[in-house]
Each structure stands twice: as structure tokens, then as C-alpha cells.
Ligand binder design. Structure first.
Ligand SMILES: Cc1cc2nc3c(=O)[nH]c(=O)nc-3n(C[C@H](O)[C@H](O)[C@H](O)COP(=O)(O)OP(=O)(O)OC[C@H]3O[C@@H](n4cnc5c(N)ncnc54)[C@H](O)[C@@H]3O)c2cc1C
Length: 540
């Protein structure tokens, strides 16, 4: 079984590290020493309460899934204690794992999941579905009060490719299948899912469906929710399964009650997803816009005029500057940056990365009008280098975050989406809120995931960590940013999901009746309230 380190990203020693010159950047920009100032605790030093399930429950769980699949050793529990947000990592690095579940249960199929839910509902034990453990919104840390215990339901054994319909271009996949394994298995049929979030290496099919995730090529291939054909969900009240018909007028789509339900009503035990042929060719490239405004408008026109590429990602001035500063000396990003600096008017501009996938000729046919539009809009072509450099480093961020945390930095991201009309004002409001609460922070932003009516904004925040109150420091910044998002009428989350962290803002988005409807759904499917308590709305 592949497992990540409990305090950070990836397997021990995997992944890239910050380049040498990053220390100088951290010193100049954030006033940090630039050297390692702290390290995560060892597993032996983690604080963990002894497992405490009600008498007889362990035996009943073992009867449901097999004794060897009910685990309560420290390593297994600590790794499933929480997700991978900045605050999660701070707690894990400090060895604060008192919130860990009492046992990790690993079912092998729908019936076993249903049996575990029945046992836990009867005993009043909370159940937290666990896919890849990459939640960044507090989706995996259940409160203990009011429950006789907490069980983490690890779906890793349910990782089958159940069937592939090459003619209809659909595949039925187990929830615990990790995305790289899904791509490998589908690749053998000449097919692919083409769902590539930055958490690709670890995220699972079930976790992505449960959180409505968006991959880096979602502009071209759609978010996961746009690709879900059918779902099967085990709830404490029974099975909820939907048809795989391509479209239906049979009332509101019940599939949508399960997609994005974050384990609050049940466990997704199977998902039928749209798949597509493997892409024989890929082209990635960079452009520079003189300003964020110019770049946003060019993206809007590409999308609305039917010329959008599969990947489109426009960094604002700060994100562009930081990316160029942290790129290795002589790297393609840096060379492209210097070239652009020389080109009058683009020096402090914004880097746009575009990507196309498919047949070589089809890429050419799609790209030509898009490139012409960008030139007319005043953007400067920077060659393939920046696009290739982005592709090369596309999974590096979470590894580098561990290094940043070692060096005393606050490093976190947040995201939202709004209309084209409101996009720039929203960027200014959220960045302003973050800078206002975190004096001296570096706040970069990029636009990605384009839609005819608007796009997503993704913020990356770097600051010197307040060592006396790091949790309070980030909580107040995140609250200010979330308030700014809600005040602008934007969504509290475009793809990270609600979890427990975004619950306080859900009523602003859905209204009181909307939240009541979610509550009613939860109460009907999960009368004992054991399913991932606290996610989706503060406390049902
Ligand atoms: C470094 C990093 C980069 C990321 N990049 C992206 C990105 O590019 N795009 C994006 O959309 N998200 C991104 N995320 C967020 C996260 O990876 C996604 O939300 C992902 O969908 C979670 O998948 P997972 O398998 O890890 O789920 P988990 O983290 O294990 O679970 C997420 C939530 O879903 C529930 N759940 C999991 N499986 C099931 C199931 N079978 N049935 C019911 N409920 C279930 C869990 O209880 C939890 O509430 C990123 C996270 C990190 C740490």
C-alpha cells in the first residue's frame, strides 16, 4: 500500500525541493532567515489517544470486513487523522493527533460498506469516508463529542476498474481508485479520464466525485461533476443508485445529490464516468499580457468565441513575478521572463500558460485562431518554454510547501469563482483582504477553469508565520478572504469543496431554505447523523 508521510506531501523523500536561491527570496520578501527553522515531530512523538470503540464494536466491524481490515495502529490512524490544508499540516507537524479516529476500517465492496454503516449507526459511532486524504477544507476531521467513537472508512481496497464501455466512452470505477492508477488502467484500452487536479498523485475517484473537483484541463475536458454519468451510494438508510442514461427528464437529477455530498449522506461505492481517447499529442506554451486586465479579457474572448484551449491559466503580476523568481536559474520560465522584460511593456506583466491535447492536426487547427486572437488582443507569444516548464513543475507545489513550512513560512491557497464582469474586482477584494490581515504577505492569483459566463480565481499566500499564534493568524486571514468572497456574491468554493472550513459561509451561498434542504436530505439518508458530521453545513 502506497502511503504519504503523515506531516506533509508524498512518500518519504519524494518530490522536488526549493532551489538554493529560494532562501534569499524568503529573506527579502518575507523577512524569514531562509534556512530550516523547524522539523516535523517523529511518529513516536505524536500525541494520540488510545483507540476507544464501544465494547464489542471492533468484533462487529471485523465480522463485516475481516479482522485484518480493522486497523488501529498509530501509523495508520495518524495518517488518516486529517487532510492536507496548511492548518492540517501545522497540527500534524506538531504531533497533535488527538483527533484521530479510533479505527481505520477498509471495506472491499458496497455490501461491506453498508454493513459497516449499519453497525456504526446502531452504536452511534461517526464514520468519515477516506479516499486519498487530500482534502484541504477540513473534510476528514470529525468532532468526537456526541459520538461513541469515530471510524475512518478507508476506501483503498475498492479500487477496481469494474467495466469499460469503449463504444459509449464510459467506465465504471471503484471509489478508492487513485487517479494515476485509473489513467494507467484506462490507458491499456487507449482511453483516459483526463482529470488532473494538482493532487493527482493521491486523490481518488470517489474523493473527486464527493468534492466536485476540477482538474487542470477542466476548461477543455470539464470538471469531474460534468463527467459523472451515474453513481452508487451506500447510505445508512439504504442504497441510492442512479441510471447511466446520457440525459433524462425524470425530475431533478438525483445524481447531483450525491456528487459533492462529501460523505455527509453516505459513501460513493461506484462511479460511472465519461472517458475519452488518449491524446496522441500535447502542446503547451506561454504568452505575456501587459496587465491582468488584458489577460482576463483575452481569456474571456477565447472562451466565449469557442477557441479556448484545454488548459488556460493566467497568473497575475505577483504570481508571475514569484514564479519567475523561484524558477531555477537558467530555467525556461526565467529565460522567457527575461525575454519578455526586454520586450517593451511586458516586463511587469502576466504570464499566461495554454495547453492543447489531441491529434497534432486538430491542435494546430484549434490553436491558430486562438493565437491570432491573442495577438490582436496585444499579448506576446513567449514560446513553448513557459508552458513546458509549467507542465514539468505542475505537481511540485505541495512538495515545496513542506520546505516552506520548514523555513517558518505560512503557505496556503484558496479559490473561488465568479462572472467575467466581477472577476477583477473580486481578485482585488480577496487579495486586499489577505494582505490587510497578513501584513507583508505575498499574495499571488491566477485565473483558470474558464466558462462562458466566468472563471475561477486561485490565490496563493506566502507570509512569515506568526510563531506565537499561527492558527489564529491564518484563521483571521481566511475569514477576511471568505467574507470578501461572500460580499462579492462569488462562490465560497469553486473546487476545494465545503468541508468544515467553509460551512459558516454556506448559508450566504444557498440561503436559509437551501441549507434546510441539505439538512433534510441528510436527515433522511442518515437519521443517526453519523456520516462525516459537520461537513457541508456547520452541524446538522
Ligand atoms: C496539494 C493539493 C492540490 C490540490 N489540487 C486540487 C485541484 O487541482 N483541483 C481540485 O479540485 N482539488 C484539489 N485539491 C483538493 C483535493 O485534492 C480534492 O478535493 C480531491 O477531490 C479529494 O480527493 P481525495 O480522494 O483525496 O478525497 P479525501 O480527501 O479523502 O476526501 C475528501 C472528502 O470527500 C469525502 N469522501 C472521500 N471519498 C468518498 C466516497 N467514496 N464517498 C463519499 N465521500 C467521500 C471525505 O469524507 C472528505 O470529506 C488539492 C489538494 C491538495 C492537498
Amino acid at each position: 500500500m502506497r502511503e504519504q508521510v503523515f506531516w506533509g506531501w508524498g512518500e518519504p523523500g519524494a518530490g522536488p525541493s526549493l532551489p538554493e536561491h529560494a532562501g534569499r527570496f524568503l529573506h527579502e520578501e518575507l523577512g524569514l532567515p531562509g534556512t530550516v527553522v523547524e522539523a516535523p515531530v517523529a511518529l513516536a512523538d505524536v500525541r494520540l489517544r488510545p483507540p476507544a470503540l464501544p465494547a464489542g464494536l471492533r468484533a462487529r466491524l471485523a465480522a463485516a470486513v475481516g479482522g485484518e481490515h480493522v486497523l488501529d495502529d498509530a501509523g495508520t490512524r495518524v495518517l488518516r487523522c486529517r487532510g492536507k490544508s496548511y492548518l492540517d499540516l501545522l497540527a500534524q507537524r506538531a504531533g497533535d493527533c488527538e483527533a484521530a479516529s479510533d479505527a481505520v476500517v477498509r471495506p472491499a465492496g458496497h455490501e461491506q460498506v453498508a454493513a459497516v454503516l449499519a453497525v456504526c449507526a446502531e452504536a452511534g459511532v461517526a464514520v468519515v469516508p477516506f479516499g486519498g486524504g487530500t482534502s484541504v477544507v477540513g473534510g476528514l476531521e470529525a468532532p468526537r463529542d456526541g459520538f461513541a467513537g469515530v471510524v475512518s472508512l478507508d476506501l483503498g481496497r475498492m479500487d477496481a476498474v469494474e467495466s469499460v464501455d469503449v463504444r459509449s466512452l464510459t467506465a465504471v470505477l471503484g471509489p478508492g481508485l487513485r487517479l494515476p492508477e485509473a489513467e494507467r488502467a484506462l490507458g491499456r484500452h487507449g482511453l483516459r479520464l483526463a482529470h488532473v487536479p494538482q493532487s493527482f498523485e493521491w486523490a481518488t475517484v470517489g474523493g473527486c466525485v464527493a468534492t466536485r473537483s476540477a482538474g487542470q484541463s477542466s476548461t477543455g475536458h470539464g470538471r469531474i461533476d460534468e463527467n459523472v454519468v451515474a453513481v452508487r451510494c451506500a447510505t445508512p438508510a439504504g442504497e441510492l443508485a442512479t441510471l447511466g442514461a446520457p440525459a433524462s427528464a425524470a425530475g431533478p437529477a438525483l445524481r447531483e445529490l450525491v456528487v459533492g455530498s462529501e460523505g455527509a449522506i453516505g459513501v460513493i461505492t461506484r462511479a460511472a464516468l465519461r472517458i475519452r481517447p488518449l491524446a496522441p499529442a500535447e502542446r503547451r506554451e506561454g504568452w505575456f499580457a501587459r496587465s491582468f486586465s488584458d489577460g482576463v479579457d483575452a481569456l474571456r474572448r477565447l472562451e466565449q468565441e469557442g477557441m479556448a484551449p484545454d488548459i488556460a491559466r493566467l497568473s497575475d503580476e505577483t504570481e508571475t513575478r514569484v514564479s519567475l523568481a523561484l524558477a531555477g536559474p537558467g530555467g525556461a520560465m526565467r529565460r522567457a521572463g527575461l525575454a519578455a522584460t526586454r520586450a517593451l511593456g511586458y516586463g511587469d506583466g502576466c504570464l499566461l500558460v495554454l495547453g492543447w491535447e489531441g491529434e497534432e492536426r486538430a491542435i494546430g487547427a484549434r490553436r491558430r485562431p486562438a493565437a491570432a486572437l491573442l495577438r490582436r488582443a496585444g499579448l506576446l507569444y513567449a514560446g513553448r518554454g513557459p508552458g513546458e516548464a509549467w507542465a514539468h513543475a505542475r505537481f511540485a507545489g505541495p512538495h515545496l510547501r513542506d520546505d516552506l513550512l520548514d523555513r517558518g513560512a505560512l503557505a496556503e491557497t484558496l479559490e473561488t469563482a465568479t462572472s467575467w464582469t466581477g472577476l477583477e474586482a473580486l481578485r482585488d477584494a480577496v487579495a486586499g483582504a489577505l494582505r490587510g490581515t497578513l501584513g507583508g504577505a505575498v499574495v499571488g492569483c491566477h485565473v483558470s477553469h474558464l466558462y462562458p459566463t466566468g472563471a475561477s480565481l486561485y490565490f496563493t499566500v506566502l507570509a512569515a508565520r506568526d510563531r506565537s499564534d499561527p492558527v489564529g493568524q491564518w484563521e483571521s486571514a481566511k475569514r477576511a478572504a471568505s467574507d470578501a468572497i461572500a460580499a462579492a456574491g462569488a462562490t465560497i468554493t469553486h473546487h476545494h469543496a465545503v468541508g468544515r472550513d467553509h460551512g459558516p459561509w454556506l448559508a450566504k451561498e444557498h440561503g436559509a431554505l437551501g441549507v434546510e434542504l441539505l439538512r433534510a436530505l441528510k436527515e433522511r439518508c442518515d437519521p443517526a447523523g453519523i456520516m462525516n458530521p459537520g461537513v457541508l453545513a456547520e452541524r446538522f
